[in-house]
Design a protein around this ligand. Structure first.
Ligand code: ZN
Length: 136
């Protein structure tokens, strides 16, 4: 059974985590050029605009790359190997990615590059919801 490590969010990332608790994947977005930004930044890395918001993305994506962990040194994760983590390419924008655990009944055996995934939210004790991606 997982005992996931609780994230330690920065203030910049607070809307992202608030969205997770509402079952929404919210990513920072620049009001100047419309770019999505992940991880959150104080200014848009594309245009320098500091007027930023958070917008919901569709929550689907494709596995860009991944690894299967067979021996973990993370406290609480030794007993849940093998598990998979990877970069999920999101469809809203070129080069928009989120790093995530990849879960589901068929994971990790059926995980493959370019496989479609969908966000799911899991409650972590004492923290709240965290996003994970499940094989579609
Ligand atoms: Zn911008």
């Amino acid at each position: 059974m997982w005992t996931r490590v609780a994230p330690q969010p920065s203030e910049l990332a607070r809307p992202f985590w608030d969205g997770c608790n509402e079952g929404k994947l919210l990513l920072q977005r620049c009001l100047g050029c419309g770019s999505f930004i992940h991880h959150p930044e104080p200014e848009c890395p594309r245009c320098g605009c500091a007027e930023l918001t958070f917008d919901e993305v569709c929550g689907t994506g494709r596995i860009e790359t991944f690894t299967v962990v067979h021996r973990s040194f993370v406290p609480g994760y030794q007993d849940v190997t093998p598990y998979a983590v990877g970069w999920i390419a999101l469809p809203e924008q070129a080069n928009l990615r989120i790093f995530s655990a990849i879960v589901g009944e068929r994971a990790p055996a059926a995980i493959a590059i370019d496989a479609p995934v969908t966000v799911v939210f899991e409650l972590v004790d004492g923290f709240g919801a965290v996003p994970l991606f499940e094989l579609s």
